[in-house]
Design a protein around this ligand. Sequence first.
Ligand SMILES: [Zn+2]
Length: 439
Amino acid sequence: MGLLLKHGNVITQNDNRDIINGDILIEEGNIINIASEIEPKGHDVYNFENLVIAPGFVQSHIHLCQTLFRNIADNLPLMEWLNNYILPLEAAHTKKSLQSAVQLGLAELLLGGTTCILDMGHSRYQEIIFQEMVYSGIRGASGMVMMDIGKSGSENKTDRVLVQTEELIGNWHKKENHRISYALAPRFIPSCSSKLLKGVKSLAEKYDLIIHSHASENQQEVALVKSQTGVSPVHYFVNTGLSEFTLSLAHCVWLTREEIDLLSKYNINVLHCPSANLKLGSGIAPIPEYLSKNINVSLGSDGAACNNNLDMFQEMRLSALIQKPFRGPDSLPAQKVFDMATLGGARSLNLSHQIGSLEVGKKADLVVFNFNKVHSIPADDIYSQIVYSGKSENIRHVMIDGIWQVYNQKLQKYEENEVIKKSWYYIYKMLDNLKISLT
Ligand SMILES: [Zn+2]
């Protein structure tokens, strides 16, 4: 048994970045063989002639719980956007509205070829996010967003946050044949006490977990961290000892030279979110400089509330384009961007031994592209075709753990119209309860 994908143009993302015309054999969710010709032996055979097969996208910074807040609080700077809209809306979620937000997000991610995510979760109903991640078939890590300072954190006292987190770790870490894992999620330094971060450190140590947070998104936040702690954000993460673990920090836009050296020294992962950084007017992270210092960079859409999509094609294209006016047209080539979207993401989740490339022994997490579209041809370079002219409509099939989760552009677990209908219902209900009206 197993699946045999034949005659595809395979972008392997192996160390040599080989692109081969050939077949992929998959058994029990793993890649067993890749070769120019593999004989079927009772396998389900798929003919992918004229199609491109590539590793699935890894989006390393997502807020599934914010997907219902798309197109609602636009044209605002970070702190105002966060304090006046996003935190109150997140806090107003019921289990049902959260489930609707998560389903909407997962549907968009899967249809766009994202096979793995690092999600910053919810402060009360985190189990709903895990339940939907399990059901949807997506791979990834999430974790209850941890806050014990500030308006929306005041009801969540430190000890309770840590106890709840440990319970969730017990229930969800390494579930579904390790497809689902737990990532500790202290929101950002201004919302976390030093006692809470100490607790994060002990949990990371006890359960061997990755830590997912935000750092240096805009200058106001950096000033706030300095006034609270006396040092800048990356310094503070290092001082707290969190950099001793896999530490993945979203944004890293406003770092000092010293902080950039700390990223390199402690192998801290940068989760680059170009759309969100531009839309909130936060700034442009110096990604070519990070890459030149061998700092791992991956990509994420952040939340639909500050993007307003969860589309990897937009993140790839923007991440390349925004560097070019200042650093030259060759500052971030398409192939490097595709590395960030696949291998970089795998590293940020500490999963590079399993995903990020199509190689024997790795998981069968892949996308099948159809580039026979008017917006995609002609093309001399496959990476340009993906990064500069690719769109979600190029994605024909999506496989995770050897299972088709999107086939012929149709979600296999969700009814798309149902997801849309539910989303409209719950966002109107939430806005009504909060007395916010759409203009
Ligand atoms: Zn974020």
